[in-house]
Design a protein around this ligand. Structure first.
Ligand code: GRF
Length: 209
């Protein structure tokens, strides 16, 4: 009996680790998180970053994707993301998860529904604080400083139809000192992002979370 249980457990583990999973990363900025993701998954046995999607033709993330020889899709038009076209294209490419790594457009409800529980975002603060429409980049860190917070951090969460309100998967925090500038806060938060994002994505995608 014990042997049967162990064999079943090992079999499930092997299936979980080796089932191929394709990810599309959506990003609008410099791409430092995308770089971490690409590095982390570059020789992964079962997780592939299939595509980098951007709404900004001049985003640094496109250069990062090029360095890693990952195909890119650039479209600045919100209507494109709202159309069925993107969802169909991702399905055709067997994309199972979407990871938002600094994507500044609101993802339309149709795509959120298609990737329900399979779309992950990273936010540079401890949600529910400092989230919502218009809260991105240095606006978040400036607000943290203005409100004299003693800590901030990162939130990795599933995406639902409301800005920054999906189920939290992971949070990590760092202290904010009264002497910290907005740039200092940004750097501390970025360090947390780079340390945790890819590992958490891996756990979600391979079924470990
Ligand atoms: C990160 O701070 C992330 O939390 C936010 O957008 C920023 C993207 O930075 N959602 P980068 O383009 O990955 O350097």
């Amino acid at each position: 009996m014990r042997n049967v249980l162990i064999t079943t457990f090992v079999r499930k583990l092997i299936v979980r680790v080796l089932t191929p999973h394709n990810i599309a990363v959506f990003a609008s900025g410099a791409g430092s998180n995308t770089r971490e993701l690409l590095q982390h998954f570059s020789s992964h046995p079962s997780v592939n970053i299939r595509l980098v999607v951007s709404n900004k033709p001049d985003a640094g993330v496109l250069q990062v994707a090029k360095e890693f020889k990952i195909p890119t899709l650039v479209n600045a038009d919100l209507a494109f993301y709202e159309s069925n076209c993107i969802g169909e294209m991702l399905a055709e490419q067997e994309v199972e998860f979407i990871v938002l790594a600094g994507f500044l457009l609101k993802v339309p409800d149709s795509l959120v529904a298609q990737y329900n529980g399979k779309m992950i975002n990273i936010h540079p603060a401890l949600l529910p604080k400092f989230g919502g429409k218009g809260m991105y980049g240095n606006r978040v860190h400036s607000a943290v400083k203005e409100q004299q917070e003693s800590e901030t951090g990162i939130t990795i969460h599933f995406v639902n139809e409301h800005y920054d309100e999906g189920q939290v998967i992971f949070q990590a925090s760092c202290p904010v000192l009264p002497t910290d500038t907005v740039e200092d806060i940004k750097r501390k938060v970025q360090d947390l992002e780079h340390a945790h994002f890819a590992k958490v994505v891996e756990k979600v995608v391979t079924g470990g979370l």
